[in-house]
Design a binder for this molecule. Structure first.
Ligand code: ATR
Length: 271
């Protein structure tokens, strides 16, 4: 079998081996996919070792996406703009770096959840790596507005400046948009990881059709509970995005697009 892996720190809870193994079975691809822990200061060496063992490609997760970006000898536009790489493909003449996270989010919202982003007013919470990676893919769908709100507002404003030529985009802190009506609210902060809730006012949910948390856990995150409490009908966690970004990576490596719905169902049942 061809060898692939996900590399990160921590890595033991990664669902990627399960997902890619399911994709491989479904598409009759002979691959082996496992999880690799790299020391925080040992990413480059771990990648080199993997490549020497015959590895064909890697998924890269926290905290190495920026290092993977630097390591790539060829970058797709979406990886260059995200300044982060989650998919490496080893080739004879170098290493290609791509970022499938944003495409995964868009596919999950549009294909799985059935909402189109075009013309919608979107609020993105957070201004770290996870938020950065989805801004351009969201703007390419032509939303009416993309507002970026962050606890530390200057980080949101820096992203606004970087992306302002790509669409209608505004930025501020969590209370900067008291009059604005949002259709879709996406939590890209890492608050849910720390079992915390971003200090957002409940009023931002007044018109929202969908609350989306890029994180997931076996029960609703604080953010999704808060949205539910304030009347949001449709709630989604990051499982769909996780499987969709994996499908994009699988396609990059194998040239075959796997079916995602059965894998999403399987993962949800074993969370
Ligand atoms: P990631 O790559 O997951 O985005 P990151 O780059 O460290 O990680 O960014 C974390 C994001 O979550 C930031 O937007 C951070 O806000 P600050 O820029 O103000 O630090 C946000 N965040 C983390 N914990 C939070 C909390 N408890 N409430 C609100 N925002 C939080």
């Amino acid at each position: 079998p061809d060898l692939y892996a996900v590399i990160g720190n921590p890595i033991s809870h990664s669902k990627s081996p399960l997902i890619h193994t399911a994709f491989a079975r479904q598409t009759n691809q002979s691959i082996q996919y496992d999880a690799r822990l790299a020391p925080l200061d040992g990413f480059m060496l771990a990648v080199e070792n993997f490549r020497q063992q015959g590895g064909k490609g890697l998924n890269v997760t926290v905290p190495f996406k920026l290092e993977a970006h630097h390591l790539s000898t060829h970058l797709t536009e979406r990886a260059r703009i995200a300044q982060a790489v989650n998919t490496l493909k080893f080739e004879n003449n170098g290493i290609s770096g791509d970022n499938t996270d944003g495409a995964g989010l868009i596919r999950d919202i549009e294909s799985n959840l059935g909402l189109s982003i075009a013309g919608k007013r979107i609020l993105l919470l957070g201004a770290g790596g996870a938020a950065r990676g989805v801004i351009l893919p969201l703007l390419l769908q032509n939303p009416a507005l993309l507002a970026i709100a962050n606890r530390t507002p200057h980080k949101a404003e820096a992203l606004q400046q970087q992306f302002t030529s790509h669409g209608h985009i505004v930025a501020g802190d969590f209370i900067a948009f008291p009059e604005e009506k949002f259709d879709i609210i996406i939590n890209a902060t890492s608050a849910s990881l720390h079992n915390a809730l971003p200090q957002i006012p409940a009023s931002i949910f007044s018109h929202a059709a969908l609350a989306y948390d890029m994180m997931y856990s076996h029960e609703l995150t604080h953010f999704l509970k808060f949205a539910q409490l304030h009347g949001v009908q449709q709630l989604a966690d990051g499982i769909g995005m996780l499987v969709e970004q994996a499908a994009e990576s699988f396609f990059i490596w194998r040239g075959i697009y796997p079916q995602t719905k059965p894998v999403i169902t399987m993962l949800k049942s074993c969370l």
